[in-house]
Design a protein around this ligand. Structure first.
Ligand code: PMP
Length: 391
């Protein structure tokens, strides 16, 4: 028997369909760097976040699987939350490795970036806290801010002058101020001015910096620790978020922070406490990758080179992009146009998808090209031709 709620939901789905904004789960098969459609057609995957081509590296995968024979605890499930019996040796090993990489700072692993971002700010912020966030921060951060008791104000995207004005006006009225931004923005591929943010932090003794490096870790820095490492700013960042479902080719997320913050989160971060721990096999894989990140400079260089080639190529054909990284959006404007452009590019052999509101602001639908270290120069050039033909 149909219930009123189902009718309402059905109507809303129809509205989404009518405005080219309906999401459906893909039917494609996602292989090692390639995507195969039910029709048998194969394309290059330019929509994953496997930036260093680690998740699609069969050799590394096989090497890791062979190494598992030495681990003498259940591999496939934590079967409990970390505070009960889910605290595997693998968690300790991974957190120790991460802490070692980040100069001995505390590291705490969450089940995903979403868990982390939606849990940390509500746990540590109280009514005497002001959160100042970039207008374009990720949905998981927005949800964390919504769940916190803090006062919240947004600054215009990457506009440090605006941020500085807000600090001058409000910082004195709160016990603590947390500035929240991303090092590389997930949908625009541009970078925050972390040097300027660190300067602002030095000027205000009650200001803390919370930097989400979801799209920076692995890709930037001598050791692959992110933009913060590249700029030598690790000591200026109070809370650094790394996610492991992207360049790490794994799953989960970590926060690099002060040990007091870590201990507090263990006691108060609800998405940390009230969820089953990650399977040890996933944690061991993350550690396996973390130990090898420093040695992956060649992959970082390949990714940087192909990213610059694509950005320069787009500029040459008059296609403006805000990108300063391996995430390269091609702006389409309307949902309908983004859907059409993505479909055309798929027909040219590139698995690309439309990115539409609410993921991006209204009227700013786009194609998000997500490059990996496995994309070749000739593939990049073919992509540029396809974009030029279909713009
Ligand atoms: N932060 C940013 C900036 C992201 O882009 C994402 C994922 N797209 C997340 C956090 C969430 O990470 P996860 O996928 O591990 O939940």
């Amino acid at each position: 028997m149909t219930r009123p709620l189902y009718e309402i939901l059905g109507k809303r789905l129809e509205e989404l369909r009518a405005t080219d904004n309906l999401r459906t789960l893909p039917e494609a098969r996602f292989g090692y760097g390639e995507v195969t459609l039910p029709s048998g057609e194969t394309m290059i995957n330019l929509s994953s976040n496997d930036y260093l081509a680690i998740a699609s590296d069969r050799k590394l995968e096989a090497e890791f699987i062979a190494s598992l024979a030495d681990y003498d605890e259940p591999l496939m499930s934590a079967a409990s939350s970390r505070l009960l019996t889910g605290e595997s040796t693998a968690y300790r090993m991974l957190e120790e490795t991460l802490s070692g990489l980040y100069g001995g700072r505390a590291a705490i692993v969450f089940s995903s970036g979403y868990h982390l971002n939606s849990g940390v700010l509500p746990a540590i912020c109280d009514r005497d806290t002001l959160i100042l966030s970039d207008k374009l921060v990720h949905a998981s951060i927005i949800d964390g801010i919504r769940l916190s008791e803090a006062t919240h104000k947004r600054f215009r995207h990457n506009d440090c002058d605006h941020l500085e004005k807000l600090l001058a006006e409000y910082a004195g009225a709160f016990g603590s101020v947390v500035i929240v931004t991303e090092s590389v923005f997930s949908m625009d591929g541009d970078r925050a001015d972390l040097v300027r943010l660190a300067e602002l932090r030095r000027r205000y003794p009650n200001v803390l910096l919370y930097i989400d490096e979801a799209h920076g870790v692995g890709v930037y820095g001598h050791g692959g620790l992110g933009v913060v490492e590249e700029l030598g700013l690790l000591g200026d960042i109070d809370m650094l978020v790394g996610t492991m479902g992207k360049a790490f080719g794994s799953a989960g997320a970590y926060l690099i922070c002060d040990d007091t913050v870590k201990q507090y989160l263990v006691n108060r971060a609800r998405p940390f406490i009230f969820t089953t721990g990650l399977p040890p096999v996933t944690l061991l894989w993350s550690r396996f990758v973390a130990e090898r990140l420093g040695g992956m400079t060649d992959r970082r260089e390949r990714l940087a080179a192909v990213s610059a080639r694509l950005r320069d190529g787009l500029a040459a054909i008059g296609c403006a992009t805000p990108s300063q990284s391996h995430i390269v959006p091609v702006m389409a404007g309307s949902c309908a146009r983004s859907v059409e452009l993505a479909a055309k590019l798929r027909r040219s052999g590139f698995y690309l998808l439309p990115i539409r509101p609410p993921t991006v602001p209204e009227g700013m639908a786009r194609i998000r090209i997500s490059l990996t270290a496995a994309v070749t120069e000739s593939q990049c050039d073919r992509l540029l031709e396809a974009i030029e033909d279909n713009l």
